[in-house]
Ligand binder design. Structure first.
Ligand code: F0G
Length: 459
């Protein structure tokens, strides 16, 4: 008999969870305008809003905090981080930034111009935001299988090579400064991209002489899925896989708040000295001098250590197993979830969960609110509220999927917490047919409305 997996760490410090009642939560969420972003964290029992910057650092990372060198220029912490990134990714040039979107801002300032097209696999919101802000267009070339939650495909983050070639061929007048692969693909559910697909995209890029970049926030989780699911990689180490992935690229942006296992940080890594030189001017203007870019020395040291921990097999096995444990329990309970499970989150399919709530009444948001009220669990709507309005018609844009994301912070919650979440969702699922009414918007911001939107219950 095979023994079960265990978390490859034990607890040295604990943080208490503030328990609350259904009645208290009903009042709090009403006060928050039915917007989960507006709750204070002590009103939440299990916080699955995001896996970004919410992970637990290790003792060795905390030791790096004490070793931080806070020199303005050329600190030993910077040198440690730069050499770790180079060793892991193979990219020669390194620029620290304060988080992922800052890396996008700096890189895109150098590369993206008005009218450009940037094909990719379901660009993340901030990535798309930085593209659209420059009056360029993000073209989604993700494979169609990604948009059906019940279809099994081992690499739902893959780009459709035909869609990519079609985009390039039918836009010869437009500039395509680069193709962007997001690993894993957050917007399609934390789904991985296969090495074969990366190779194929690289071949297309080479043919048309277009650079290839990675949005690498969850690169280690992607590498683990390649090891697990792709033929020929089962005996390769995670580091070997990571290096091969990046060998096909010209550069990367990184939100270190995910697979860097730190609470804040990011960076750009590049092959070309020329692009590096263009970027550093923007980095100095927006982020800070090139050897800190918005991070403290101590944070850079902790990030170097976190990156090394994120590519260990023990860590990745327990990380992915924990997410899958939750997904598997939900499948056993018959709850509609996106399959296969993503690397960092489980997604509830609200269209199948609460079809009784009209689409125009924000059913995924209604489900997220119900889960919070019943059990104090905070997930996030990835549906119509997030998709925002059509800039031209100002009508709600209905996305292909109406989801509630339950993102699991790294090394933060235990198996018992996952069990609690699973059983709570089962409880909500059992009463799903009673849900008939959703919400309407009382107030919203002109863009990025989901963060601040105020809702009211329809009765
Ligand atoms: N790229 C991806 C794929 C992301 O998931 C994120 C952030 C970013 C870029 C931006 O990085 O937050 O450090 O500025 N995703 C978070 C999330 C916010 O909850 O999924 P950032």
């Amino acid at each position: 008999m095979e023994l079960p997996y265990i978390e490859p760490y034990k607890t040295k410090m604990v943080e208490s969870i503030n328990r609350s009642t259904v009645e208290q939560r009903k009042a709090w969420i009403e006060e928050a305008g039915y917007n989960l972003f507006k709750l204070s964290s002590d009103q939440v029992m299990i916080d699955l809003l995001t896996d970004s910057g919410t992970g637990a650092m290790s003792d060795k990372q905390w030791a790096e905090i004490m070793l931080g060198d806070e020199s303005y220029a050329g600190s030993s912490s910077f040198i440690k981080l730069a050499s770790t990134v180079k060793q892991l990714t193979g990219f020669e040039y390194f620029i620290p930034t304060h988080q992922g979107r800052a890396a996008e801002n700096v890189l895109f300032s150098a590369l993206v111009k008005e009218g450009d097209l940037i094909p990719g696999n379901s660009h993340f919101d901030t990535t798309k935001g930085h593209i659209e802000f420059r009056k360029a267009t993000a073209v989604d070339c993700t494979i169609d299988e990604a948009f059906d939650t019940s279809v099994y495909h081992p690499f739902k983050g893959n780009l459709d090579i035909q869609k990519l070639e079609h985009t390039i061929r039918s836009n010869t007048k437009k500039k395509i400064p680069f193709v962007l692969i997001t690993v894993t693909c957050n917007s399609s559910g934390g789904q991985p991209v296969s090495m074969q697909n990366i190779r194929d995209v690289h071949a297309v890029c080479k043919q048309y002489q277009i650079p290839l970049y990675f949005d690498s926030a969850r690169f280690a989780e992607n590498a683990y899925f390649i090891k697990l699911r792709e033929k020929g990689y089962e005996h390769k180490s995670i580091i070997e896989i990571v290096r091969e992935m990046f060998s096909y690229g010209d550069g990367m942006t990184m939100s270190a708040k995910k697979d860097g296992i730190v609470n804040m940080g990011g960076f750009i890594a590049l092959k070309s000295l020329e692009i590096y030189r263009e970027c550093i001017t923007y980095n100095i203007m927006y982020e800070g001098f090139v050897t800190y870019g918005g991070m403290s020395g101590r944070d850079m040291g902790a990030l170097a250590q976190g990156l090394n921990e994120a590519v260990t097999l023990d860590y990745l096995e327990s990380r992915i197993n924990q997410v899958h444990y939750l997904g598997q329990r939900l499948v056993e309970f018959g709850v509609p979830v996106q399959q296969p499970f993503g690397g960092h989150a489980i997604y509830l399919d609200a269209d199948k969960f609460v079809p009784t709530i009209p689409k125009g009444e924000y059913r995924a948001q209604a489900l997220a609110i119900e889960l919070y009220t019943v059990a104090g669990i905070r997930g996030v709507e990835i549906g119509t509220i997030l998709a925002d309005r059509d800039p031209a018609t100002r009508e709600d844009r209905y996305p292909k999927l109406e989801l509630v994301r339950l993102a699991i912070p790294r090394r933060t919650y235990t198996q018992a917490h996952m069990e609690y979440v699973a059983v709570a969702i089962k409880k909500v699922y059992e009463t799903r047919n009673e849900a008939k009414k959703g919400y309407y918007i009382k107030w919203e911001a002109p863009i990025m409305r989901h963060f601040t939107v105020e809702l009211e219950k329809l009765s």
